[in-house]
Design a binder for this molecule. Structure first.
Ligand code: NAD
Length: 330
């Protein structure tokens, strides 16, 4: 199949080429994202392969269909950037990679927790500067703390499994509780209880109309003073302005982000020589108790290999049978 691969970086090409060896699809890589301005580059390609920041709006999907596209293959689990209703109406199939090493994101999540709780991000710079003072580096232990996990699916469960080893108590919130988590000793609760009890809150639900700005002023107001909030799910689950106000007041004690509401203007690019005009993002960077990574939680060899393999398998399955086990249904 002819496949155009948008937003592709050298590392995407490496893993996709490797996975394509047993299929021999015709891959055309472009570094630019799929947008209303670039959509015509997909003309005459039956398959479009995209990532988290590609814009699959109704207008873009309509142009894709007109250009001969049949299949949209997401190289990710989340699909909040796709207008699924429009895709269904246009008869475009959308497939995704539902599970690829949830441990990649879970381990990064716990890494953010430990870095913030032990202030290693600050210690790293101090020691390099010959400053061996411990003032300001007093940490806290995860052992015995209550961690609230919102969204106890594959990644949430992997986080729970790791935190079990630390001796943390785990509260879960989910619209559909997970047996695996119950067996791990996760106690399901309501959001109110989780906000009230948790010392650390970690977000692992998808971005949906229901979860957009789930963590807003009101939610933050119900949390413990000094709580740690970790978001490795999708940026807009958190209301960034509300979080900044909460950090300024001291209510929010620690913030670890791998995702950010406006990240498509920043992440995955080297902007070290550019002037960043996003003042909200720049404000976040000024807090000593905020740690941000640029959507890298998934970025391990194991996950990249698995994403590439599943993407190629999805395309092959669709080409052979006209359907796919990883088809997203409305
Ligand atoms: P999953 O589908 O296995 O789990 C999501 C869980 O959230 C499900 O159990 C679901 O029932 C629950 N949920 C849905 N709506 C909810 C709500 N309103 N309140 C509470 N729970 C709700 O997905 P996953 O593989 O665990 O991934 C979770 C999210 O992580 C993805 O949607 C994606 O946005 C994000 N993600 C981020 C990265 C990264 O690199 N930072 C990588 C992969 C996935």
């Amino acid at each position: 199949m002819k496949i155009i691969v948008y937003s592709s970086k050298p590392y995407d090409r490496k893993f996709l080429d490797e996975a394509n060896r047993s299929f021999a699809h015709e891959l055309e890589y472009c570094s630019w994202p799929l947008t209303p301005q670039t959509v015509r580059t997909a003309d005459n390609k039956p398959c479009v392969c995209v990532f988290v920041h590609d814009q699959l709006t109704r207008a873009v999907l309509t142009s894709l269909k007109a250009g001969g596209c049949e299949l949209i293959a997401l190289r990710c689990a989340g699909f909040n950037n796709v207008d699924l209703k429009a895709a269904a109406e246009l008869g475009l199939a959308v497939v995704r990679v539902p599970a690829y090493s949830p441990e990649s994101v879970a381990e990064h999540t716990v890494g953010l927790m430990l870095t913030l709780s032990r202030k290693t991000h600050r210690a790293y710079n101090r020691v390099r500067d010959g400053n061996f003072s411990l003032d300001g580096l007093l940490g806290f232990e995860l052992h015995g703390k209550t961690v609230g996990i919102i969204g106890t699916g594959r990644i949430g469960a992997a986080v729970a499994r790791i935190l079990n080893g630390f001796g943390a108590h785990i509260l879960g919130v989910d619209i559909s509780p997970n047996e695996v988590c119950t067996r791990l000793g996760v106690r399901y609760a309501g959001l109110e209880e989780l906000y009230r009890e948790a010392d650390i809150i970690s977000l692992h639900c998808p971005l949906t109309p229901e979860t957009r700005h789930l963590i807003d002023e009101a939610a933050l107001g119900k949390m413990k003073t000094g709580v740690m909030l970790i978001n490795t799910s999708r940026g807009a689950v958190v209301d960034t302005d509300a979080v900044i106000r909460s950090l300024k007041s001291g209510k929010l004690g620690y913030l670890g982000l791998d995702v950010y509401e406006q990240e498509e203007h920043l992440f995955f690019e080297d902007l070290s020589d550019a002037i960043i005009t996003d003042d909200v993002f720049e404000r976040l960077l000024t807090f000593p108790n905020v740690l941000i990574t640029g959507h890298q939680a998934f970025f391990t060899v194991e996950a990249m290999r698995s994403i590439a393999q599943t993407t190629m398998d999805n395309i092959h399955q669709y080409e052979q049978t006209g359907t796919c086990e990883n088809l997203i249904r409305l």
